[in-house]
Design a protein. Structure first.
Length: 116
């Protein structure tokens, strides 16, 4: 196991296996339980896979340590980094939460509807 994997697992436990940004439940090893619990397809469950997120990017000298690594679902992690100029983590978290309140984040997932 790499240091980053270990840090991701620690962050996931600290966060009760919930995404740092959207607070949706995530999975680490097997999506089957999450899929069954929320009636998700394999593709939908894959969006909720737990990933490691650097709050301060490696490219800007962000360290791989406990204070800089959080657990984020694949959807939030990818969406944040697709942007031409990604928002800072706190700004992105507020953006995601606002979109969720409006029903415009992870739309179509049963998980989203259960968190309202």
């Amino acid at each position: 196991m790499t240091n980053l994997q270990s840090l991701r697992q620690q962050a996931a436990r600290r966060q009760s296996l919930r995404c740092y940004y959207c607070e949706c439940p995530m999975w680490e090893r097997d999506a089957t339980t999450l899929s069954a619990s929320f009636g998700l397809s394999k593709a939908q469950a894959n969006l909720l896979r737990c990933t490691a997120e650097h709050l301060r990017p490696k490219s800007e000298g962000g360290p791989a340590n406990r204070t800089n690594i959080v657990a984020a679902c694949l959807f939030c992690n990818r969406t944040r980094h697709k942007a031409k100029n990604p928002r800072c983590p706190e700004s992105y978290k507020k953006y995601v939460r606002k979109r969720m309140q409006r029903g415009r984040w992870l739309t179509g997932l049963f998980v989203f509807r259960t968190l309202e």
